[in-house]
Write a protein that binds this ligand. Structure first.
Ligand code: DQA
Length: 146
């Protein structure tokens, strides 16, 4: 079965020390361990990448056209700004699940718009670590059943 590509966007490498009041003390390593565990339970392979660079994320998505079975992405701040990431998802037709730790609709108005959401299969937002694990389960299910 093809792998699921997991992308963490900008500044998520700083989790644990970054805006602890919003994101809590959870670190990216803890998220990745939970994802590996969920992947094992679901019987899927995952590849996890974190990048602070929009172009790198665009290239990574492009390179995975026809290779990855699905994409799980937290585009972080690029959620609200990146036509390029949205177009990469749309162009590659990778079935995509968008996740956010915080509830982006309960925060500042500029976070209420996701440019990625219209080209994603769905979005999980506001459940902290569970956003990722629920998102991975959804991606695995989409990959299996379409
Ligand atoms: C985030 C929400 C974004 O608005 C923000 O820029 C992030 C993290 C989240 O996971 O809640 O960096 O994607």
């Amino acid at each position: 079965m093809p792998k699921i590509l997991v992308i963490h966007g900008p500044n998520l490498n700083l989790l644990g020390e970054r805006e602890v009041d919003v994101y809590g003390k959870l670190t990216i390593d803890e998220i990745n361990s939970a994802l590996e565990k969920t992947a094992k339970e679901e019987g899927v392979e995952i590849e996890i990448v974190q990048s602070n660079h929009e172009g790198e994320i665009v290239e990574l998505i492009g390179k995975n056209k026809g290779k990855a079975g699905a994409l799980l992405i937290n585009p972080a701040a690029y959620t609200h700004t990146s036509v390029a990431i949205r177009d990469a998802i749309s162009a590659t037709k990778l079935p995509t699940v968008e996740v956010h730790l915080s509830n982006i609709y309960a925060r500042e108005e500029f976070r209420h718009t996701s440019l990625v959401a219209p080209v994603a299969k769905g979005q999980v937002s506001g459940f902290g670590l569970h956003s990722y694990t629920l998102g991975l389960k959804a991606a695995a299910s989409i990959m299996r059943k379409g």
